[in-house]
Design a protein around this ligand. Structure first.
Ligand SMILES: NC(=O)c1ccc[n+]([C@@H]2O[C@H](COP(=O)([O-])OP(=O)(O)OC[C@H]3O[C@@H](n4cnc5c(N)ncnc54)[C@H](OP(=O)(O)O)[C@@H]3O)[C@@H](O)[C@H]2O)c1
Length: 337
């Protein structure tokens, strides 16, 4: 990716993914002109500004703003070439309890990002999605599916603009804010790890895996793709065994809006899904480029009809041992089972 003379803005730049992206880009592409962090909470920005001091990272800027505020977004996007849209409300149970708030941020915010891009000169946009957006059963997933639709459809109304919107969809990010692994590590002190459902499985990706995918989409998207990584699954019981082998593991019951297994590609999506090697891409139903050119350029292979990608039916699994070494590598270097 050539960032020379380019400006990139990350909505939700103080979050888990935003910070990992910031580190990746500032160290790998120091030639970038500007990297702008856009988010609401001044305290998180204050703390992040100490981690990325301007004398060491003269490219970084912090911009307070809410994705619900379209005019603020348009101001922030002036002179920006690339946008990564990571800001979201992402906690399933909080979205169930506060539906209006989730809709305002995840759907209204997505539409505002699209509109602000059209009113400025942004060239590329990558929006973050989640496995919960696939055949959603909770509001968080439903709002992210709507957001995905808004970004995919934005390519249809771009006219002569060179802008390309794409989406990156993945599963649980190991160790990210509010995720199960830091929760269990903390709970271990009490000698008990609550299990919602012993059969539960999840897809697992590292923060760096998420960063790599966003960078891939930023560089390669033609517009309208939903990218999905090929990643392992884990069983929640194996995560509990890896962290607290001697802890009690009471079954507390599935929470509102939770699935036992997550899905990233449904059988209905299979008609539009291509295997790119490291990733799958669900192509948009309508697009201005030709599918044959896409297939040739990316050596893409159509998946079988009725193919689906489900965390419970995955071919690749983390084990108790592999989870322990991943936790040590990605979450807590002092971790001991
Ligand atoms: N973590 C996962 O396991 C996972 C898995 C799949 C997909 N994703 C998706 O990846 C994206 C990033 O997730 P993450 O784990 O980095 O989340 P995170 O750590 O919770 O960070 C969320 C970021 O969004 C900002 N934000 C929230 N509401 C905002 C608003 N109204 N206006 C502006 N900024 C706002 C937050 O800052 P302020 O609160 O200061 O505004 C924060 O910087 C999300 O879109 C999420 O849906 C995450």
């Amino acid at each position: 990716m050539n960032f020379k003379g380019k400006s990139l803005l990350i909505t939700g730049g103080t979050g888990s993914l935003g910070k990992a992206l910031t580190t990746h880009i500032l160290f790998k592409y120091p030639e970038i002109r500007r990297l702008i962090i856009f988010s609401r909470d001044e305290q998180k920005q204050f703390v992040m500004a100490q981690e990325f001091p301007i004398n060491e990272f003269p490219q970084i800027r912090f911009f307070i703003g809410d994705v619900r505020d379209k005019s603020r977004l348009a101001r922030a996007f002036k002179g920006v070439d690339y946008v990564i849209h990571a800001a979201a409300m992402k906690h399933v149970h909080l979205a169930e309890y506060n539906p209006e708030e989730c809709i305002k941020t995840n759907i209204g915010g997505a539409q505002n990002v699209v509109d602000a891009c059209f009113s400025t000169n942004v060239e590329r946009v990558v929006a973050l999605s989640t496995d919960k957006a696939c055949a959603p059963i909770n509001l968080y997933g439903a709002t992210k599916l709507t957001s995905d639709k808004l970004f995919v459809a934005a390519n249809n109304i771009k006219g002569d603009s060179p802008i390309r919107f794409s989406v990156v969809r993945y599963g649980n990010v190991m160790g990210s804010n509010g995720s199960v692994i830091p929760f269990f590590i903390n709970k271990k002190k009490e000698g008990s790890l609550p299990i919602t459902d012993p059969n539960m499985t999840r897809f697992n990706i590292s923060l760096q895996g998420g960063v790599d995918m966003v960078m891939y989409a930023l560089e390669n998207a033609w517009g309208g793709e939903i990218y999905i990584p090929k990643i392992p699954s884990y069983r929640i019981m194996d995560v509990a065994k890896a962290i607290g082998p001697d802890c009690k593991k009471p079954i507390v019951g599935i929470r509102p809006g939770e699935k036992v297994h997550e899905e990233m590609i449904t059988t209905s999506d299979s008609y539009y899904t291509y295997d790119l090697g490291r990733y799958y891409a669900i192509l948009p139903a309508t697009h201005k480029w030709t599918t044959d050119d896409f297939i040739t350029t990316f050596k893409a292979k159509k998946v079988a009809e009725n193919f689906s990608y489900n965390s419970g039916e995955n071919d690749v699994w983390e084990t108790v041992e592999s989870l322990r070494s991943l936790i040590k590598e990605h979450v807590d270097s002092n971790f001991e089972a």
